[in-house]
Every structure is written in C-alpha cells, then in structure tokens.
Design a protein around this ligand. Structure first.
Ligand code: BGP
Length: 465
C-alpha cells in the first residue's frame, strides 16, 4: 500500500460557473447572455432541449449547496460572476439584486470555511455586447475591464483569488472556428482577433487588480491540452504537434505567464496576413501585466500527426491546415464525452509549467469525467455509486503527487464539478458532480459515493492506495 500525502493547506474542492449553475427566476434582473439568446433561437441544438434558464437553481438553493460542499470536504470552491447578471446590458447600470446574491453567496461560503475563488468570464458574453461584435470589438475589452473593476470593488475585500477568464481558447474555437458556441462562425481571421482581445483583456484586468493593492492574487484558467506527436522520432509529427501546442495552449499560456506570444504563432499569423489590430502600447501592457496564479483544466490530451489529409479550403485558412488529429489505437476513452482519458497528461503539464514557466504557482482548477445515465448506479438509499469517478480522480491524483515530489508548485485540486450542472449544448446529458441533481424532483441534491470519498481525502489530506 502506498500513502499519497499532499502538502499542508492543499486546496481540495471543485469548480463551477455562474451560467451553468445559477439559473434564472422572474424579477432577478439578469440580462441575456449569448446562451439565453442562442437557446431562444435554436433550442434544438441543446440536448433534450434543456436551456440555460433552469440549470441547477443555485440562485435559490446556494445555502443548501454550501452545506453539501462542507459534507464533501471542500475547503475551496470556484465559480464565476455572470456579467449579464451583474450588469444586464454589459455596460452601465449594476443590478442590485445580483450584488446582494453574490454578497450572500460569498459570505455564506466564507462562514462555512470554504474559500471562494472567483472567475470573471466563463463563455458568457452579454448579448447587447455580442450584438456589437463581442470579443471581435475592442470596445468589449473596455467593457470587460470596467466589469472587472466593479467586481474587485464590490467583492475584493473578501475574494482573494481572482481569475480573469476560464479557458479563453474555447470561445475562439467554439464561436469562430468549430461552431459549438454562438455565433458559430468559421473565420480564422476573426478567431485571431477574438483571442487577441481576450489576451489583452486579461492583461488589463491584471493591471487594474494589482493597482488596487487588495492583498490577493489574480490569474487565468487555461485548458492546457498537451499535444503528443504520433511518433516522437518523426520530425514531421513532432513539428505538427508543436504547432498545435502553439495554437491551442501557448497562445494564452505564453502571454499570460511570460507576457509574449509564441514566435511560431506570430510567424503563422503574419504569413496568413491575419495579424490582429494591435494598438500602440498594447504589447508593452501585455508584457508588463502577467498573472500571479495559473489554473490548469485538464480533461484530455491532443494526439497529433503530420498533415496527411487534403486541406479543406472551404472556409479559408484553419489551424487544422498544419496538422491532423491522430486517432491512436488502444487509447482509453470516456465514451460518453468522446474524450481520451490519459492520466499522465496532468503530470506532463505540471512538469512543463515547472520547467518552462518558472514554476509559477498553479493548481488543477478542473478535472473530471462526464457520464451519461448515472441513474443506473443509484442504490437503495438513493445515492449514485460512481466508483469509476473515484478511480478517475485517484488515477490523476497519483500523477499530481508525483509532480509535487519533483518540485511542482501545484497548490490544489478542484474537481469539475461540485454538483451536476448544465454542460452548454450538452445540457444535462453527461453528469460530472460529486453531488447528483435530480431534474425530475425539482433539482433535489444527493451526495454521490465519490463525494463521500472526497471528504475523506480532504480530511486526511491524501489517500492510501
Ligand atoms: C470545461 C469547461 C466547463 C465544463 C467542462 C466539461 O471545458 O470549463 O465549463 O463544461 O469543460 O465539459 P462539457 O461540459 O463540455 O462536457
């Protein structure tokens, strides 16, 4: 038997987001985000036609939920402030009901001994700003920074861990390359501009936060999907994997931590004549305002081979012109989400951060396994026996532990997610939580076996295996 002990004060908890959990009730003053609008326009794109309105009703059930967080061993928890709740038009008037809600949510967490970590943007552009181009429009950057400052002013006395964005590459991919977020464009030039504005908004929010001297930290949360070449001894595969890494990981990791864009990416964007609109002073600003803390979301690796298939020119240049995805035989899959499970990936990311990014303080901000039809594992007492989730978490924690032993600055492990929540267009298809949510019983919560197991891990600051 081996004992896996984690450093004193390790963060045990989970992550969620405002748009995936809060829901909306009449008179709450929330404005529309792109999700509310898109669902209204095209509800058939959402699994079982479940939209963002109900989600897990955290807006009304948060006090009960916080008790359940305690019962599942949370010492910390991350969610996000919905921009469209706090500032319903994206700019201008602040919704007092939202201020009251977030104040009480935050205070209740602190009272329960759970440190709240707060993120500012989780894919949820207010619709009035999207109508003016969303992240394509530089004015959105100004609006976002104003929103961030309002959040720091309102909640910065109690929130000591802030995050500017969750997975900023996802709105780029989903909205402007691969059509899984609104506005469903396929336009690489736009994708580059959107990504650039997100990077700039991160630096400006970091700057604004540091100027306030609020005695806390600010960072960004990135999904650092490692790129593995099909054959490490094949230079063409290795090159293709490096390009995919530059597009999807280093595009945000390098500017956020080092203040600079990767040279490979800059070269490609120049070659394609897709350099974004950059104003004087921007690059110095990005250089000077780097993050304090890095959140790492890890679900799956990216397997890459040199481009073999014909380039599809239908929509102009695409990142995929430079590589092919490699369907590796024998890989372990989560069949419900269609994602490969490769536990060592978390170790490789932490080692990369240690070796190449100054071992910046970091933590695993999301990791998890979405499973469809978990109802079939419900026992006589009504709890879901999700042994597969316990195995999944253990298998990843062993690698986190190994990285720590080798000197990683990893400070904690947050599961995606606390209680089953709304997975964007997948809605409630795949369940991720430590706590089950029964949609047929008004969102009734029941702790799963993994939730009880996690409490023991948190209390013992580790586990035996
Ligand atoms: C991450 C997001 C989360 C969450 C999770 C699970 O990328 O930060 O918002 O949804 O993935 O993925 P999905 O919900 O698509 O199954």
């Amino acid at each position: 038997m081996t004992t896996y002990k984690f450093p004193k004060g390790f963060w045990w908890g989970s992550a969620a987001s405002g748009p995936q959990t809060e829901g909306r009730i009449a008179g709450d003053g929330k404005g529309d985000s792109i999700w509310d609008y898109w669902y209204e326009q095209a509800s058939d794109k959402f699994f079982d036609q479940v939209g963002p309105e109900k989600t897990s009703q955290v807006y009304t059930k948060y006090k009960e939920d916080i008790q359940l967080m305690k019962e599942t061993g949370h010492n910390s928890f991350r969610t996000s402030i919905q921009w469209s709740r706090l500032i319903p038009n994206g700019t201008g008037e602040v919704n007092q009901k939202a201020v009251d809600f977030y104040n009480d949510y935050i205070d209740s967490l602190i009272e329960a001994g759970i440190e709240p970590f707060m993120n500012l943007y989780h894919f949820d552009m207010p619709m009035p700003l999207q109508e003016q181009g969303g992240w394509l429009n530089r004015k959105t950057v100004d609006a976002y920074v104003a929103f961030a400052k309002i959040c720091f002013d309102l909640f910065g006395d109690r929130i000591k861990k802030w995050f500017t964005h969750n997975e900023p590459i996802v709105p780029v991919e989903g909205g402007y390359l691969y059509q899984f977020h609104y506005p469903e464009e396929i336009n690489m030039k736009h994708a580059v501009q959107v990504g650039y504005h997100e990077v700039l908004s991160n630096a400006l929010a970091v700057k604004a936060y540091h100027e306030l001297n609020l005695d806390g930290e600010i960072g960004i949360i990135l999904n650092l999907t490692p790129s593995y070449p099909r054959d490490e001894n094949n230079p063409a595969d290795v090159k293709a994997a490096a390009i995919a890494d530059a597009f999807f990981n280093r595009s945000f990791l390098d500017p956020a931590v080092k203040g600079e864009f990767p040279a490979e990416l800059v070269e490609i964007v120049k070659e394609l004549d897709m350099v974004p609109a950059i104003e004087e002073g921007d690059l110095a600003l990005i250089k000077e305002n780097t993050i304090d803390l890095l959140g790492i979301n890890y679900y799956q690796p990216r397997r890459i081979k040199a481009k073999e298939s014909a380039i599809d020119h239908t929509h102009g240049p695409m990142p995929d012109d430079y590589f092919d995805n490699y369907d590796m035989p024998g890989k372990k899959m989560n069949p419900y989400r269609g994602w490969e499970i490769y536990e060592k990936g978390i170790y490789d990311i932490l080692t990369n951060v240690r070796e190449n990014y100054g071992n910046i303080p970091c933590y695993v901000s999301e990791n998890g396994m979405g499973v469809e039809g978990e109802e079939r594992y419900r026992n006589a007492e009504g709890a879901i026996e999700d042994d597969y989730r316990i195995e999944f978490v253990k298998d990843h924690l062993r690698y986190v532990h190994q990285a720590l032993e080798e000197g990683s600055g990893c400070l904690g492990y947050h599961m995606w997610t606390c209680m089953d929540n709304w997975s964007w267009t997948n809605a409630y298809k795949n369940r991720y939580g430590f706590i089950g949510v029964d949609l047929d019983q008004d969102g009734k919560r029941t702790i799963k076996k993994s939730g009880h197991w996690f409490k023991a891990v948190s209390e013992n600051n580790g586990f035996d295996d």
